[in-house]
Ligand binder design. Structure first.
Ligand code: ADP
Length: 281
């Protein structure tokens, strides 16, 4: 009987231990949720005053009454551009914390792929012209014209990749190629759209290629680094690609250039939970 009681005690102890562990896990999950909520709230609180600061600085540097000296206009311009840098950082932090806490708004709908390409062209043609870099958009044959996914998020990823490509390229060409590829996922074959962004820029050393997808990490970690930026664009893009069921790969050679490829599963049919109201009638 003593033996029996002993093993009963052990079982109870084990149960208690398991419960403890579950509680601890819950705390960890809650902790990170509170942290993300806090970050999201903070970002909102920071954005409001910053927005007025930016607008007022703009009104100043425009100097419509002509009352300001040249120096004063220069100071106002700096306040404006620094304010915008800070706003970009806050927006990125807000975006990443929302994604990480599972609060990112994802909208499933019709994605017209031609629209994604033409938006990219409109966004980047001026930068290409200014930097004297060629921008080439290629659409392979047999690409569906419409898929079901989140158009705004797809464009956000493509924009991040293109803006890096232009930032880290001084001459040559930046190319966005829309293609299609079959990939093995375990034993099943799955069809993916590929958005490949290729540049003839700096390239990324092999030992830095994994780390640049982490938040706040940049290949050039020195304090005197030449290129600005938050180090958040790629981690946001990676998380978003993941939420869309895809992923991003990187091939790069230092001094020659890089190709970032965003793989997006092809969903040519609208699933029942993503039906638009108009089609329910
Ligand atoms: P940011 O561009 O704001 O620094 P990202 O997360 O977008 O942040 O990129 C992280 C780092 O990855 C960059 O700082 C840069 O070192 C490297 N990187 C990203 N894209 C490229 C590219 N096309 N060519 C060279 N380096 C790149």
């Amino acid at each position: 009987e003593a033996h029996y009681r002993n093993s009963e005690l052990k079982t109870k102890e084990l149960e208690r231990y398991k419960l403890d562990l579950e509680e601890k896990n819950k705390e960890v999950v809650l902790g990170s949720k509170y942290k993300s909520e806090f970050l999201a709230n903070m970002s909102h609180e920071l954005r409001t005053p910053l927005n007025s600061l930016i607008i007022l600085a703009q009104m100043l540097y425009e100097n419509k009454d002509g009352n300001l000296t040249e120096k004063q206009v220069e100071y106002a311009t700096t306040i404006f551009s620094s304010g915008n840098d800070l706003l970009r950082l806050i927006n990125d932090i807000l975006d990443l914390s929302k994604i990480e806490s599972g609060m990112a708004d994802m909208v499933q709908g019709e994605v017209v792929l031609e629209d994604v390409l033409s938006l990219a062209e409109r966004q980047f043609a001026p930068i290409a012209k200014k930097k004297g870099i060629e921008l080439e958009l290629i659409k392979q044959e047999m690409i569906p014209s419409i898929i079901y996914s989140d158009e705004q998020r797809i464009s956000q990823i493509v924009k991040n990749l293109l803006s890096n490509a232009f930032k880290f390229t001084e001459k040559g060409k930046v190319m966005l190629e829309l293609g299609k590829r079959m990939m093995n996922e375990g034993s099943i074959q799955k069809e993916f759209l590929t958005f490949a962004v290729t540049d003839s820029g700096l390239g990324i050393p092999k030992d830095k290629q994994g780390l640049i997808f982490e938040a706040f990490r940049q290949a050039d970690g020195t304090t005197s680094r030449k290129y600005g930026g938050t180090g958040l664009g790629l981690s946001i893009s990676k998380e978003l690609a993941d939420l869309l069921g895809g992923y991003i790969t990187l091939e790069s050679t230092e001094g020659i250039g890089s190709t970032f490829t965003f793989y997006l599963p092809i969903n040519e049919e609208q699933t029942s939970d993503t039906q638009s109201p108009s089609e329910d009638e």
